[in-house]
Design a protein. Structure first.
Length: 565
């Protein structure tokens, strides 16, 4: 949690092109029309648009091969949204609101995020060759939608840039020198990271000392922005713009130049900020003595009071973010490391339509599995072979150990496969849950849709931060690091793995042979539960991975949901 988020944007913060206060489905139509034209290269940019669409297709290709297709070889709308969400998280650590799998898109209170997540795919569906919705989306369609959302984000920067020009008392049509341009980009950074908090912006812009102390690494941020300016200048020198030769030589810049720099900042900001995320993770990992990806709440608050200004979210806020594990009767309440790192409280940039967050480390593992499998489902033996050659050090320097897949985790993967006719769906809650326990510090625990949110601190309210008294109370109730007895562990294990399934994408007819549809389902459930409890109890002693609690998904579209225990 970053201090600057005390002044995080409100739900009425500026959004795409226009003020978010007036954003409606109808208003988005015009923005979408412009974004589609730009993404498809209408107006003289066809060559650049083709190159970008080809690049996006290449980025999506391995994921595309692993997505279930309909009879036309295309994906459905829910799969399209899922692919777009993962693409932006994987390439830019940008979470598009309303696209995340845990979101209940039909929620009438979802506002602008609901408009975006439902209108964009529908609009793409309408403009792409006029096909009927029943045909689904091709790889080219998926790339086009990603390009359109990219363009919407890019276009949204115009409003903040114009505000920055006004604050600097400069006309957006004017041409400015390098020093003025650099200052304009600094002002833009403040507005971009602060949203519509005019009061906070005025304080920061009026006192440089407060500005530098409020934003972690402010000088590094300025250096990062300067690097984007230098990259633009280099690009102009290598490929002179028509009619801009003198401006390039004299290092003069236009509003379009500022827009290009702002776009580069958005796309590459997460990679710049990742050092802060790594530092935060290192602090959490140091408290994870059980190697299970969890930190006792007492330690979390104790660290926050002693030396870490970042760990101060309230218990209620941690719970809503899906970062609090309350399942263990012998370890007490714990903070789930990857869920906390990916939580909205740690997204340094927050707008009503997207957040810029810490890197989704688990994407590296899932992407490697998808590339090796090349299909939406896989036999458990193949998954074990692939994952057995992975190491968590590939995503984090926190520790280097071969994933354990014997005993409890091996049996659990087989059980997931048995629930789906012998194969494991790669895009499912149960498989994500399994990955979490294999890589507990990198892969987040998959909560049920609608049970966790991506609300920022300001959106949650003033109680997002724990009081000193609350932190002291939890810190003083520290649970001993000495493991509980084997009997108490064995009693707790059956409740720590949630067997309720949800598919993140539309598998159609591919897993209708699952055993719950047949008459033997109840008998198989009881037999499987007994085997699992025995396997878990026998394997716990040598396992470095502790099985934790889960909650239940509720999907926004057609959901295959099984109650297995």
């Amino acid at each position: 949690m970053f201090v600057v988020l005390v002044w995080a944007p409100s739900t009425e913060a500026s959004g795409f092109l226009k003020s978010n206060a007036s954003l409606t489905a109808e208003g988005l139509e015009g923005d979408l029309s412009h974004a589609v034209e730009a993404a498809l290269g209408c107006g003289g940019e066809e060559s650049h648009a083709r190159e970008r669409l080809a690049a996006i297709q290449d980025e999506l290709l391995e994921m595309w091969h692993a997505l279930p297709k309909n009879k036309h070889g295309r994906i459905e709308r829910r799969s399209l949204r899922y692919a777009a969400h993962r693409h932006f998280m994987r390439t830019s650590s940008i979470m598009i609101r309303g696209f995340e799998p845990l979101k209940v898109v039909s929620d009438s209170e979802s506002g602008a995020a609901d408009i975006l997540s439902q209108r964009v795919p529908a609009y793409v569906e309408k403009v792409l060759a006029g096909r009927k919705a029943t045909l689904g989306f091709s790889l080219e369609d998926a790339a086009t939608m990603v390009a359109i959302v990219e363009q919407l984000i890019f276009d949204s920067e115009n409003v903040l840039l114009e505000t920055s020009y006004m604050q600097m008392q400069k006309n957006p049509r004017s041409i400015v020198n390098h020093n003025t341009f650099a200052r304009l980009i600094e002002v833009y950074l403040v507005h971009w990271m602060m949203g519509d908090d005019d009061h906070g912006i005025r304080i920061l812009m009026s006192n440089r000392t407060i500005l530098e102390s409020s934003f972690p690494q402010w000088k590094a941020l300025v250096g990062f922005a300067d690097g984007q300016i230098r990259a633009l200048q280099y690009s102009r020198e290598q490929k002179p713009r028509k009619g801009r030769g003198l401006d390039t030589l004299a290092q003069r810049f236009t509003f379009d130049d500022a827009h290009e720099v702002a776009g580069g900042i958005t796309k590459s900001f997460a990679s710049f900020w990742e050092s802060e995320c790594v530092s935060m993770k290192d602090s959490l990992v140091a408290m994870d003595t059980d190697f299970d990806g969890r930190v006792p709440l007492s330690k979390f608050y104790g660290k926050g009071m002693d030396s870490e200004w970042r760990f101060g979210e309230s218990e209620a806020y941690l719970r809503e973010l899906g970062a609090l594990d309350e399942s263990s009767v012998w370890k007490g309440k714990q903070v789930i490391i990857p869920n906390y790192l990916q939580a909205a409280s740690n997204c340094i940039v927050s707008t009503p339509h997207y957040l810029v967050c810490c890197a989704a480390e688990c994407e590296a593992f899932l992407g490697e599995i998808e590339a090796a499998v090349g299909a939406p489902m896989s036999e458990p033996a193949l998954i074990r072979a692939i994952v057995g050659n992975m190491s968590s050090v590939s995503a984090s320097l926190s520790y280097d150990e071969t994933p354990m897949m014997e005993g409890a985790l091996g049996a659990q993967l087989d059980r997931v496969a048995a629930a789906h006719g012998g194969k494991v769906p790669l895009h499912s809650r149960l498989f994500s849950q399994w990955l979490h326990y294999v890589f507990p510090r990198e892969c987040p625990f998959p909560h049920m849709a609608g049970t966790a949110t991506a609300r920022t601190p300001t959106e949650f309210g003033s109680s997002y931060i724990a009081t000193k008294d609350e932190m002291k109370e939890h810190a003083s109730a520290a649970v001993s690091d000495v493991p509980a007895s084997e009997d108490s562990i064995a009693e707790e294990l059956p409740t720590q793995w949630s067997e309720e399934e949800e598919l993140f994408v539309d598998y159609g007819q591919q897993i209708l042979s699952a055993p719950w549809v047949g008459p033997d389902y109840p008998r198989l459930i009881l037999l499987g539960a007994a085997v699992l409890v025995i396997a878990l109890a026998l394997s716990w002693k040598g396992s470095a991975v502790g099985l934790k609690a889960a909650s239940i998904f509720d999907s926004d579209d057609k959901v295959l949901k099984s109650h297995m225990v």
